[in-house]
Design a protein around this ligand. Sequence first.
Ligand SMILES: [Zn+2]
Length: 196
Amino acid sequence: MADTSSLDALIQALRRLPGVGQKSAQRMAFHLLQHDRAGAQLLSQALAQAAGNVRHCRRCHTFTEGELCEVCQDATRDVTRLCVVETPADQAAMERTGAFKGLYFVLMGRLSPLDGVGPRDIGMQELLARAESEGVQEVILATSFTAEGEATAHALSELLARRGVRTTRLARGVPVGSELEYVDLGTIAHALADRR
Ligand SMILES: [Zn+2]
């Protein structure tokens, strides 16, 4: 077995990716080793670099290589509007619509008591503190339209209301049960425009 241990290690590592089982991991490994050694090198370098350099923005928690992400550094953004999303992928989707000019707060998850994810894990206190201290007039709750995303939006709206901060929710039109990241940009832009 010693002669195949590197191959096994590669297959096991690829299986860590979401949605990748034994068969697809094996297919990917064989493809890289058989047809694309240069690609394999590129992939390994890019992975090492990203894993070493990418961190969370101090202000909004999305991915960045610096202290602050590009959006947080942009002085032209509207600081009175704060959009709350679940993941950096959702933030990127919202950003691609070009319809939102405010700032973000990325929860890095959603409330999920069954999985042991509580308010502390998604930075709720930091969000509340930020909403209170930075002159935020509207918090747009753009968590997913899943049961957990809805529960998270509901909990946040109550906590923010107690602090006198107005909240809005993306309008329906975003299909029930969907993650923002997978919704087409036009639909997100409409849901943003029709928020209430
Ligand atoms: Zn940021």
